[in-house]
Design a protein around this ligand. Structure first.
Ligand code: UT7
Length: 402
C-alpha cells in the first residue's frame, strides 16, 4: 500500500534572462556565474503570478488543458499517462516561500482555478525543502486515512503536491551575491493511494537551527496600527481630515492611520529580534529580499544532502548505490558535485537542471523530476531519491518508486 505517482508537471515564465543580461545590473560576468554555480540563464516572471505558474504545472500533471491567463506567457511540460479527473483530487498541498496573497491560502486559489472541487487545500513553507515536506505531509495524511482508524478522518485517495515560486520577487537586484542565483518556476506531482504498490517508500525531514542567520528574509507587510502599549491612539484631527476627503462611505480608507506614524508592526519587530535578523531596511537597503551568507549555506548543504539521502535510503531499506537517480535541490552545481563525492556516486547519478533554471527554491525538485523522466534518465518502476536543503535550516529526502 502506498502513495504512487500518477503524473508530473512543470511550468516556467517565458522570459529568459541570461547571465550576460545581469552584467547590466551588477558587476558580474558569465564566466564567474557559470564556473561558480553552473547557471547560464533563468526564467523571470513579470506578468505571471505564482499561482498561474502552479496551475500550469498542476494542469500538466493532471493531464488537463493549461488554463489560459490573459497577459501571461508560460511554457509548460508534463508526463501524465492517463488524464486525471479533477473532481477525484481530495488533497492539494502547495509549497512556496513567495505566496501571492496571505489569505486565503494560495492552494485555495489553485484549487478554484483548476476546479478541484473536492479537495482540501493548504500551503506549506519549508523554504527550498518544501517539496520534500509537501510530499511527506501528503503521504502521511493519505496513509493515516487508510489505517484501521482512518474512518474517523477525511479520506485521501488522490493528492496534488505543487511547488511554485516567484523567487525573483524576493531578490535584491543590486546584490551580486544572490541575484545571479534565483529564478521562477513551478512543478507538480499527483499521488494516488494504491493497494499492493508502494510509491513513496520513505521520508526523512530535519530542521537544524540557523544560528548564524545565514538565510533570511524579513517580512515587510504591515497595516498601519492605531495602537500603542496603552491602547487605541486616535488622532481626531487626522481622522476628521480623512472623513472630509472620503466621498464614498463604502470605501474604507485608513490612510489617516498612517499619519499617526504608528505603521510599524511591533510583533514583526520581535520576530526580527528573536532571529537577530540584520535590519537592512534601516540601513537604506531593500527590505523584503533574501539575505544569504552563501559560504555558510554551502558548507551546510553538502553535508545535509548526504545525511538526508543516507537516512531516507536506510528507512526505505534501499542501498544508495541501487538508486536509479538522485533528484537534488538545484542551488549550485558545485554543491551537487560535493554531495556526489560524499555519497561516492558519479555526477551522472544526479539530475542536473540548474543551467537553464537557476535556483527556484521548492519548485526545483518537481521541475527536475520532469526533466529526468522526459530525458529517459528515469522511468516507471525506477527508485529515485528527492533531496533538498534550505532556509530554516531545513533538509530532507524522500525515496520513491516511480
Ligand atoms: O536555496 C538556497 C540555498 N542557497 C545556496 O545553496 C547557496 C549556497 N552558496 C553558494 O552557492 C555559493 O556560496 C555562492 C554561489 C553564493 C558564492 O560562491 P562562492 O564560491 O562561495 O563565492 P564567495 O562568496 O566566496 O565570493 C568569492 C568572490 C568574492 O570576491 P572577493 O571578496 O574574493 O574579491 C565575491 O565578492 O566572488 C565575488 N562574487 C562575485 N563576483 C562576480 C560574488 N558574487 C559574484 C558575482 N559575480 N555574481
Amino acid at each position: 500500500m502506498g502513495a504512487c505517482a500518477m503524473g508530473f508537471g512543470k511550468a516556467v515564465p517565458g522570459l529568459v534572462v541570461h547571465n550576460e543580461d545581469l552584467e547590466k545590473l551588477v558587476q558580474t560576468d558569465d564566466e564567474w556565474i557559470v564556473t561558480r554555480t553552473g547557471i547560464s540563464s533563468r526564467h523571470v516572471s513579470v506578468n505571471e503570478t505564482m499561482v498561474d505558474l502552479a496551475a500550469a504545472a498542476a494542469a500538466e500533471a493532471l493531464g488537463m488543458d493549461v488554463p489560459s491567463v490573459p497577459g501571461a506567457n508560460i511554457d509548460s511540460a508534463g508526463v501524465c499517462p492517463e488524464p486525471v479527473d479533477p473532481a477525484s483530487i481530495d488533497l492539494v498541498v502547495l509549497t512556496t516561500i513567495t505566496p501571492d496573497v496571505l489569505v486565503p491560502s494560495n492552494a485555495a486559489a489553485l484549487k478554484r482555478m483548476l476546479g478541484l472541487d473536492s479537495a482540501v487545500a493548504f500551503d506549506v513553507n519549508a523554504a527550498c525543502t518544501g517539496f520534500v515536506y509537501g510530499v511527506s505531509v501528503a503521504e502521511s495524511m493519505m496513509a493515516a486515512s487508510h489505517t484501521a482508524g482512518g474512518g474517523a478522518r477525511n479520506q485521501y485517495n488522490r493528492a496534488l503536491v505543487v511547488s511554485s515560486e516567484r523567487l525573483t520577487r524576493l531578490t535584491d537586484w543590486q546584490d551580486r551575491n544572490t541575484c545571479v542565483l534565483f529564478g521562477d518556476g513551478a512543478g507538480a506531482m499527483v499521488l494516488e493511494w494504491r493497494d499492493g504498490e508502494q510509491g513513496v517508500m520513505s521520508s526523512y525531514l530535519k530542521n537544524d537551527d540557523d544560528d548564524a542567520n545565514s538565510l533570511t528574509c524579513r517580512q515587510s507587510y504591515s497595516s498601519p496600527l492605531p495602537f500603542d502599549e496603552n491602547g487605541v491612539v486616535c488622532d481626531e484631527e487626522a481622522k476628521a481630515a480623512h472623513d472630509a476627503r472620503s466621498d464614498d462611505p463604502k470605501v474604507v480608507d485608513y490612510s489617516y492611520i498612517a499619519s499617526l506614524g504608528l505603521s510599524c508592526d511591533p510583533a514583526a519587530g520581535r520576530a526580527d529580534d528573536l532571529f537577530d535578523i540584520d535590519d537592512r531596511a534601516s540601513r537604506g537597503g531593500p527590505e523584503q529580499v533574501i539575505y544569504m551568507n552563501g559560504q555558510k549555506v554551502f558548507k551546510f548543504a553538502a553535508k545535509a544532502m548526504e545525511n538526508a539521502v543516507r537516512q531516507a535510503c536506510e528507512r526505505a531499506g534501499v542501498a544508495v548505490q541501487d538508486v536509479k537517480a538522485i533528484v537534488p535541490h538545484q542551488a549550485n552545481l558545485r554543491i551537487i558535485e560535493f554531495a556526489a563525492k560524499r555519497l561516492d556516486l558519479p555526477l551522472d547519478a544526479f539530475q542536473v537542471s540548474i543551467g537553464h533554471t537557476g535556483n527556484t527554491s521548492s519548485s526545483c525538485l518537481p521541475m527536475a523530476l520532469v526533466d529526468a523522466i522526459s530525458s529517459g534518465k528515469v522511468s516507471h518502476g525506477d527508485i529515485v531519491v528527492l533531496v533538498a536543503f534550505g532556509g530554516g535550516l531545513t533538509s530532507g529526502a524522500a525515496v520513491m518508486r516511480l
